[in-house]
Write a protein that binds this ligand. Sequence first.
Ligand SMILES: [Zn+2]
Length: 188
Amino acid sequence: MATIFTHPAIALGLSPLFGPVFRSKSILLTGMILTIIPDLDVIGLRLGIPYNHLLGHRGITHSLFFAAGFSCLVSLLMTRNIRNHFSKIWLYFFLCMASHGALDALTNGGLGIAFFSPFSNERYFFPYTPIDVSTLNIARFFQGQGISVIKSEIIWIWIPCLFVFVAGVFGLKKYNKNLYKNTKKHDD
Ligand SMILES: [Zn+2]
């Protein structure tokens, strides 16, 4: 897995691209939490569920199916008062959750990701895996292994996310300016 600090960077990076989502702290926070939900499957390891099982680590909770369904549920709960934004919020939540499996598939360790679970339990990596895999052992992480992990995550995740975030903020500003100009034109 990528580290628990890094998955939420995707939610931050994507947020300006979604207009109203960017302005809602609760939706932003939910998006950040959703990026780490798939790793709750590590509980299964403690319960004796094998890594390569459907319910094992990087199994169904890392799949696109799970991301779509879980995001749909959360979006329904959160958009009771803003129905018209449902599809946009669902898409944001879905991308946040699905990004988890995608980042894990860029790591260089563990088993691959069951993207198409429950229909297929085959595990996949991307052809290029530049991100150092993070250990599940917290003590080992803080004993040095974590430094190379964080370094590769800064290069391959944080910097691109920052770039998308800044580009999104500027794009949003420009969009709002144009909207304001057009509204003024209509008012004149
Ligand atoms: Zn994971």
